[in-house]
Design a protein around this ligand. Structure first.
Ligand SMILES: [Fe+2]
Length: 148
């Protein structure tokens, strides 16, 4: 199980909230996939996996907007990782719906995706959130007439 309290928090609250929602979906999927009869819960698995993809479309769109708005220097690199993840997840969901390959689904949802998520959080989101948060506060300070 992935515990929100053991996942690094970043400097933008919406990213932490989305991450918590992601972990909730991952934990529900893990319980379904590791349970006694996962193939008896195909509708629930389909629903949660679809929700995970939809959540990431929305989450990445907002994250991308913030990075672009505040001129994050490595925006292109971070954007490419988001696009790659969305495409991978879309392919895995389509494959699952077409083939119902439980071994492949478990490998993706219980191993590959959580591994990607932790790496992405540490290597990309933490840096982007720190940068956006600082630049945003700098904008606010200047708007209110503060210096330095
Ligand atoms: Fe990201």
């Amino acid at each position: 199980m992935l515990d929100h309290h053991h996942v690094p928090q970043v400097d933008l609250n919406f990213m932490n909230r989305d991450c918590e929602e992601t972990l909730g979906l991952c934990n529900r999927l893990e319980a379904l996939l590791e349970g006694d009869a996962p193939m008896d819960h195909i509708d629930a698995i389909d629903g949660d996996f679809s929700a995970l993809l939809t959540l990431h479309h929305k989450h990445f769109a907002r994250e991308n907007r913030e990075m672009e708005k505040y001129g994050f220097p490595a925006y292109g690199l971070h954007l490419a990782e988001h696009c790659h993840l969305l495409e991978d997840m879309r392919v895995e969901l389509e494959h699952w719906r077409a083939r119902r390959d439980l071994v492949r689904l478990k490998d993706y949802l219980l191993m590959e995706f959580p591994h990607w998520l932790m790496n992405h959080l540490v290597q990309m989101d933490t840096v982007s959130a720190t940068y956006v948060n600082r630049v945003r506060h700098c904008d606010l300070d200047q708007g209110e007439g503060f210096k330095g």
